[in-house]
Design a protein around this ligand. Sequence first.
Ligand code: UGA
Length: 469
Amino acid sequence: MDIAVIGAGHVGLVSAACLAAVGHPTRVLDIDETRIEQLRSGRSPFLEPGLDELLVWGLTHEQLSFHTDPSAALSQADLVFLCVDTPNDARGSVDLSAVVSATRTAVRHVKDGAVVVNRSTAPVGTAEYIRSILEEQRGDVVDVAVNPEFLAEGTAVRDFLAPDRIVVGVWHGGTADSLYAVYEPIITRRLPSMAGDDVHQRVAGGTELVPFLVSNPSTAELTKYAANAFLAVKISFINEIASIAEELGGDVTVIAHAVGLDRRIGPHFLRAGIGWGGSCFPKDILALQGMAETRGLAARMLRAANEVNAQQRHWVVQMLQRHLKTLVGRRVGLLGLTFKPNTDDLRNAPALEIAAELSHLNARIQAFDPVVKSLPPPFDQMIEVTEDAVAAARGAEALIVVTEWPEFGQLDLAALRSVMRGSLLVDGRNFVDPESARDAGFDYLGVGRVGTPAFSVKIREGATGSGGE
Ligand code: UGA
């Protein structure tokens, strides 16, 4: 199949690089010339493990190319994937202008019989809208489909090549057949050899086909929102249990582990902490809430999930206030700035929200992140970005673990403690071993385990793995 992808952002690039890797000639179109130039040299504009390798492979084997000229990118394509931004306003109303503009570009350049596939997360009814634009100008010679993405940053290549399911929404069975043909190597788990070990490990031993679910477009559109909303609600649920555990004297990490071993619940997305951020959950939960509320539905669960999430950020500040009394002039060190590890994405990063609150209380903030070396305004004025973790701890009254970067597991806690003025370690991700922290001289506070006496709870059973991903 000949593929075109409009939009060289996270979803577009990962999708394009993976589709090229499984054997489809793929062209990527974007209006950002600088980005396209950079991509032609095989460098991704953002951090995504495994992506650069696929880009280089695709370019060298002439399976992947990057364009700013729509005709060069689109005119031969059998399928055109729309992977553009769909930002929200504060009330959840989604801005579809990029989808409309990409559709208008497609309508001018695609051949008869092509399929325009919307992969951008967009409200129910967007595919219908795209179809109306296409029909207006081309009649019924160009078909439309929906194919939501389930790519998490940091594991996006693995999520594309070894997915849990593929969902498509179509008006005609023949369109589903075309999409099946595109995904056939992935459905039958024929992985490209250059895919990383994590991808191969995920499919190892599995012989079952990847479920390929075909529905109408509205169902596919809503499925995407339902998936993200469920994950966000699951995190907020365990965060609510964490607050209760804190008051009553339980350890939420043990509770989550025990609860997650129930196969009806599962271990994933039960890590209590300072809450969800990123470019997807906050936006999609609000959009789904907006869709429900404009139909007179209350969307109580979504509202509650949002409220719990906001409280989780505030928990950090509450802990500091409780233990340091005043924050005026106090130096606070942050470990981690990105919204999660293995990405350089700062969108809706808890670190920035916490820093803004601390800064408002006149605290002085210094932060270390393995990949973020400078910050955009106004955060560049609020946060001093340091060279290493020790510099972020130097002179601080308190140190906060904000992002669970794997390298933070190797930190020399005693060295950090020795350069600090205070002894408070607020572990916003329950990532540091409390016992090691206390041995290093810290007063350790984790989320949902504050009231727990030291060393009272241990997991003793033989099963491995806790908390999930
Ligand atoms: C999310 C979904 O996981 C993807 O399936 C989806 O395709 C994507 O949104 C999207 O809509 O494009 P992403 O935002 O990259 O992916 O990251 P997640 O791994 O889902 O994490 C989201 C947030 O939840 C992070 O801030 C993370 O720290 C937090 N989280 C996650 C927790 O606080 N606890 C957990 O147990 C898991």
